[in-house]
Design a protein around this ligand. Sequence first.
Ligand code: UT7
Length: 329
Amino acid sequence: MTIQNSPLRSVVLGVGSYLPAKTLTNDDLARIVDTSDDWIFQRTGIRQRHIAAEGETTSMLGEKAARAALAAAGLVPDDIDLIIVGTSTPDWTFPSTATQIQAALDIAHGAAFDLQAVCSGFVYAVATAEKFLRSGSHKRALVIGAETFSRIIDWEDRTTCVLFGDGAGAMILEARPSTGSMDERGILTTHLRSDGRHRAKLHVDGGPSATQTVGHLRMEGKEVFKFAVGKVTDVVDDAFAATGITPEQLNWFVPHQANRRIIDMSAQKLGIAPEKVVATVHLHGNTSAASVPLALSVAVADGRIKEGDLVMLEAVGGGFTWGSALIRW
Ligand code: UT7
């Protein structure tokens, strides 16, 4: 089977990541709120998360991840003409975190913008970059997921503060000619969805227009859990249907890292074997838009994901938003 309505395809040239130096373990959290390592690990699979230092912003994390991805791709910043940053924790209300990273990388050409789809932000950004590259308007995209959720957490709310962490991951994509074969490297298909009726289940209770404050993350955990396991697998099934690729053919499933139970139940529902699942939630916690590229970076660095592999990305986040991207690595 081939899919092609354009002779260009977006090929992954490299990935990179960055985590703040400070880690916060479950035992550390048990000294702040009424919780325990046992409760957190059993319910979520999380053991630790990284927390940005005072003054260390989302764009600083994103810049470091971008430099790591550029090094992996053998490129210099000037080779990039499109930067898209998935983030819900921008340095400032404006200008965008993407333009701050563009400036830090000393890039003075091309376009840079933020994309806000909460935990689906990286998958949305990959899908968006892929459409730009496939149109021929841009040549090489730097796609970043970067977050400092520690800044919007209510550190007195044990139902949310144990779940999240800070970090950044980046991917370089390049437009290359394609015959449309499923065997050729590059992004094969992407599928995005959203349903804005679910705001109350996962939101931040502040914002420049509504309250003139930054606000704190609020979540109805059980409701989000049900939605994440029950609904979002449709975009992965859409990717299989669009390409004719089966779960058996897939090499790696790299889902959003929010909760180990959600990851395992989703894989099981999709018929994806447990050994194909990349899980890093025990190390990073939920880093929102950074979680998928952080997991990708780990699996590339340790040699699991190799050129030619079929890799399925999937994420779900506030809104709700959700999406998938199927890549021939
Ligand atoms: O990126 C997408 C965003 N988020 C997610 O994907 C998260 C989705 N939801 C979840 O992962 C789970 O719902 C949680 C991990 C948040 C919660 O797990 P749960 O199994 O749904 O627990 P629960 O909310 O039903 O709480 C069970 C009990 C409650 O006590 P009672 O009412 O049974 O006495 C909570 O008060 O656990 C209590 N609890 C805690 N206990 C110790 C809630 N948080 C904690 C805590 N430590 N940190």
